[in-house]
Design a protein around this ligand. Structure first.
Ligand code: DC
Length: 224
């Protein structure tokens, strides 16, 4: 099977996928696709409980929400209905809504189509939960990043404290476990490593160390 010039980076919440995917995109000079941002934006626009709408209504509402990678002054960015996606999607509440809406097959199908369309017109570093398994099975390089919930909660706490915000490691670990359970146990496109992915346990590695492992795998060559 012919491969696509796509690097997939999957893994659970808070594992550092975005940081690594952005760094990898810079190294490759390929656009970065944050598919979590697509689920978050859709969840926010559709509102709480949308995952329980009748299929036809949900499909019609999803159809109205279009995503595209477009050149902004600051490189290629993800746009929704002509607007650049901002920080309004970056709350734990929206993350949970995104995880819930991501259990719905109608929503997943609609976003998969949009993601594949972007992958057809451009090389990509695509980050998410099901990039290597479902959306881009023909990706040239596949990575799966992992770390224990405790390590991920501690990292998240440090980030929040560094920004001057309060953080309770126990509460964050609980949110992470809850989101892991939703993402891993849904019947459609559950979070798991693709069989042909390189699994990296980032628990005891710095960002630079993980990037070095990934770059050396890319330099060694992917699948034909
Ligand atoms: O990566 P993130 O935290 O921004 O993603 C938010 C939620 O969106 C995540 O918990 C599950 C869902 N999601 C998904 O189901 N599939 C993806 N490819 C990306 C995100």
């Amino acid at each position: 099977m012919k491969t696509l010039p796509i690097i997939t980076i999957d893994g659970p919440a808070g594992v550092g996928k975005s940081t690594l995917a952005k760094a990898m995109a810079r190294e490759m000079q390929w656009p970065y696709l944050d598919t979590g941002a697509m689920f978050r934006t859709l969840a926010l626009r559709l509102g709480p409980g949308a995952e329980s709408l009748p299929d036809a209504e949900l499909a019609a509402r999803c159809e109205q929400i279009r995503f595209a990678l477009e050149n902004s002054g600051d490189g290629v960015k993800l746009f929704c209905n002509g607007q650049c996606i901002g920080n309004e999607i970056r709350t734990e509440e929206v993350g949970k809504m995104a995880s819930l809406i991501g259990t719905n097959p109608v929503v997943r199908e609609c976003l998969k189509k949009a993601q594949r369309a972007m992958g057809e017109s451009s090389p990509l570093v695509a980050e998410g939960r099901d990039m290597g398994t479902v959306v881009f099975p023909q990706a040239r390089f596949k990575f799966f990043l992992d770390a224990s919930p405790e390590v991920r909660a501690e990292r998240r706490c440090r980030e929040l404290l560094a920004r001057g915000q309060s953080a309770d490691v126990q509460a964050i670990a609980e949110q992470i476990r809850e989101r892991d359970a939703l993402d891993r146990n849904r019947p459609v496109a559950p979070l798991r490593a693709a069989e042909d992915s390189k699994i990296i346990d980032t628990s005891h590695l710095s960002v630079d160390e993980v990037l070095a492992v990934m770059l050396s795998a890319v330099k060694a060559g992917g699948r034909e």
